[in-house]
Ligand binder design. Structure first.
Ligand code: CTP
Length: 421
């Protein structure tokens, strides 16, 4: 392909935590044992983990466990001359790119809210200028107590991230909100805290998932899309500072934090809700696998079994993208092309037909690129004919690649607009 430029990108397969120093402050609660899993996940993502513990935390988990997992000495005492010379509370506070307090007990939350610094963990919290997150875990009634909630509100108002506890059976025998957030979600949230805020001021509309076209009240025609790609884009866009609305087809995936979700079922519904929200957005990312055909006359009652079979007449569903593109103004428009053959040729054709700024093409027959999996293999094609092929990446990684392009397309559109004025 003469005008095609093929390049390989590995950077986004690397975690944002790689080579970052995460100081993990462990509080004295039963969930302290989960600090071991958090440490393991952080190390797995390439972070340099420095653990510090309150005296009570050592009653629940030993420094040796966390030292072994973090591959670094564990700091426990502000007044230990040996520790201070090796680690030093000011050095810990300065070295941190991120500080995570997990589990954050009611006591630690209260001390941090009023600025008490009577042990290593609370001293480091006062001395640091790094980003800080608290992952509370405690008894359901303690968590709901107005004092704890008031202290958390104080921490939030200072820009500290709070990873809300989950609900479920608690170690104290109660059931309810108070369980430490899942370690893998905590680590994901930390990754998000390190994202560049380059989408601040953008309003991004994302479509995600499959559509379902009714045959009768109980049957439908659909496709294999899981929605994972669109949800990953919505999640990543929020992390980078955008306001995000997501029009989702039927999907059981959880709504990413701070995303306004509109649930739809049929292509007509999805396209209608997308059109309604289009004037609001500064960029549209059409990641949904929208049906091209629907049954012409869905039955109002359940069709009964018979030996003659069923002839299903299908009618075409009009493509919404060219219509939206016609009234786009300066909006960035990104579409997807899920192909099984002639990937680049088909995708180039769609890019042109649909008036897009970027098309994300993937061959769904390739292993690791199809529907339902957590990875994707994409080629990004722009109207100037440039096609960039990327290796297999996580869908989160692909989401960031797409958003990187969105940022640069948006910037060049606005440069052009300024030049015209
Ligand atoms: N799309 C759309 N409206 C439709 C169908 C698709 O806006 N009625 C969007 C999809 O969300 C996607 C892009 O168009 O971003 C390409 O969808 P795809 O199904 O791959 O392409 P089609 O144009 O439907 O062509 P074909 O099915 O023949 O490959």
């Amino acid at each position: 392909m003469a005008n095609s430029l093929c390049a390989e990108y590995n950077s986004t397969s690397v975690s944002r935590l790689t080579d970052k120093t995460v100081v993990l402050g462990v509080g004295g609660g039963i969930a302290a044992y989960k600090a071991a899993e958090i440490t393991r996940l952080l190390v797995q993502r390439g972070a340099k983990v420095r653990v510090m513990m309150t005296p009570n935390a050592r009653e629940f988990i030993t420094p040796l466990t966390l030292q072994t997992l973090s591959q670094n000495p564990v700091a426990t005492d502000t007044f230990s001359l040996t520790e201070e010379s090796q680690i030093g509370h000011i050095r810990l506070a300065d070295a941190a790119d991120l500080i995570l307090i997990a589990p954050a007990t009611a006591d630690l939350i209260a001390k941090a809210a009023v600025g008490i610094a009577d042990d290593l963990v609370t001293t480091v919290l006062l001395a640091t200028r790094a980003k800080v997150a608290f992952a509370p875990a405690m008894n359901v009634h303690m968590y709901a107590h107005p004092t704890v909630q008031g202290n958390l509100a104080t921490l939030r108002s200072r820009g500290i991230s709070i990873f809300e506890p989950g609900e479920g059976d608690l170690a104290c025998g109660y059931e309810g909100k108070g369980r430490l957030e899942d370690p893998s979600i905590i680590v994901e949230e930390l990754e998000r805290m390190l994202a560049p805020r380059d989408l601040e001021g953008q309003r991004i509309l994302v479509t995600a998932g499959p559509t379902q076209e009714a045959i009768d009240p109980v049957r439908f025609v659909s496709n294999r899309s899981s929605g994972k790609m669109g949800f990953a884009i919505a999640r990543a866009a929020v992390a980078r500072g955008a306001e995000v609305r997501m029009v989702a087809g039927p999907s059981s995936l959880p709504t990413p934090r701070a995303v306004e979700r509109f649930d739809t079922v049929s292509a007509a519904e999805m396209l209608g809700v997308t059109s309604q929200n289009f004037p609001w957005c500064t960029a549209l990312v059409m990641a949904a696998a929208i049906a091209d055909f629907r049954p012409a006359n869905p039955a109002s009652n359940k069709l009964k079994k018979n030996s003659r079979g069923l002839d299903l007449k299908m009618v075409s569903i009009a493509d919404e993208l060219p219509r939206l593109a016609a009234k786009r103004g300066s909006r960035v428009m990104i579409g997807f092309a899920a192909e099984t053959n002639d990937l680049e040729a088909n995708a180039r054709d769609k890019l042109k037909r649909k008036g897009l700024d970027l098309i994300v093409a993937n061959d769904v027959t390739q292993e690791g690129a199809g529907f339902g999996v957590d990875t994707n293999i994409v080629t990004l094609i722009t109207p100037d004919g440039v096609a960039l092929s990327h290796p297999k990446l996580s869908k989160d990684g692909v989401a960031d690649l797409i958003l990187d392009r969105l940022v640069s397309i948006h910037a060049s559109k606005h440069r052009r607009l300024r030049a015209v004025r």
